[in-house]
Design a protein around this ligand. Structure first.
Ligand SMILES: [Zn+2]
Length: 310
């Protein structure tokens, strides 16, 4: 599937800032023996650090801002990725690719008028203000206010994410939001989707009858489509995150042909859904079976060579 979609007169482009190598412990509830295929040869799950560019009439919005120009080693006590012979253990997470990805999309940082942060975890805020200087000099930065206290003001004063967001505040560019179904720009609506973090939002992009959903970290892994017991280690409220996922799945089932983007889905490929349920690059045949954890209800769809027009 494509890494960009056209939603009426709005284009959405998926961009990667880098990748993380997650040991299976990041997916509580996952029976890894049943799904060895998700592991890379280094024994970890490789996930992209995704961002999205929304370009429409009067709107140049970046959704999430990557990890930034940093590399994070595996912390002590966490099972690390296996090093290749003669090589060092690779990092847990490495960022830095977003500027080149934006250039490739023919977008300058100064072109961005809005940065929307689905939530304030480090892999979503890294390019806001690296070294304390706003990177997107003309952008306001929109985020869920409920994330500030648990994730930013409680972090160490040297924390790069805290320093970056405080720089945005000092520059008068911060735009915290509360509530549900908020209009962010023409055709772009923020829906409160708490659980992964208290202030997590997803975006609904619509133009005419066309529609796309950007789900941030509300859904982390394709297996969560069929196995609702699988959570994510950094879900702040796991039970609420599971209820939010289920509610989003139900909403998507009634939105035939909507495109769906998620920050950490393999390859950052846009997914689509149809009346049979969520239809991703993996298809869900029978939504009623989702809670029974039957992985056989997922199957691959043939990749499409051109961007789907939806
Ligand atoms: Zn994330």
């Amino acid at each position: 599937m494509a890494k960009h979609v056209q939603v009426g007169d709005i284009q959405i482009v998926a961009l990667s800032d880098g990748m993380s190598r997650l040991p299976p412990m990041f997916y509580p509830g996952l029976n890894i023996e049943a799904h060895p295929e998700i592991l890379n040869e280094d024994g970890t799950v490789h996930i992209p650090t995704g961002c999205f560019l929304i370009r429409g009439p009067g709107c140049n919005m970046l959704v999430d801002a990557g990890l930034g120009p940093v590399s994070i080693p595996f912390p002590q006590g966490m099972p690390a990725a296996k090093a290749r012979p003669g090589e060092q253990v690779p990092p847990l997470s490495e960022g830095g690719l977003l500027p080149a990805a934006l250039r490739e999309a023919r977008c300058e940082p100064s072109d961005i008028d809005t940065v929307f942060l689905t939530h304030l975890h480090p892999d979503h805020i890294g390019w806001i203000a690296p070294q304390g200087r706003p990177y997107f000099e003309n952008a306001k930065v929109v985020y869920g206010a409920a994330d500030w206290a648990p994730l930013i003001s409680s972090a160490s004063i040297d924390d790069p994410g805290r320093r970056g967001l405080e720089a945005i505040h000092s520059a008068g560019r911060a735009s915290p939001i509360e509530g549900d179904m908020l209009n962010i720009a023409s055709g772009v609506t923020a829906r409160h989707a708490p659980g992964h973090t208290p202030g997590h939002y997803v975006l609904i992009v619509s133009s005419g009858v066309h529609r796309a959903y950007l789900l941030g970290d509300a859904v982390q892994c394709p297996l969560q489509l069929t196995e609702t017991d699988i959570g994510f280690l950094t879900d702040v409220d796991a039970a609420l995150a599971a209820r939010t996922r289920e509610a989003l799945f139900r909403e998507l089932e009634s939105n035939d042909h909507a495109a769906v983007g998620m920050d950490h889905f393999p390859g950052l490929e846009f997914q689509s859904c149809n009346a049979a349920g969520i239809l991703m690059t993996c298809r869900h045949r029978d939504p009623r079976r989702r809670s029974h954890g039957d992985a056989s209800t997922i199957e691959q769809l043939a990749p499409s060579s051109s961007a789907p027009r939806i």
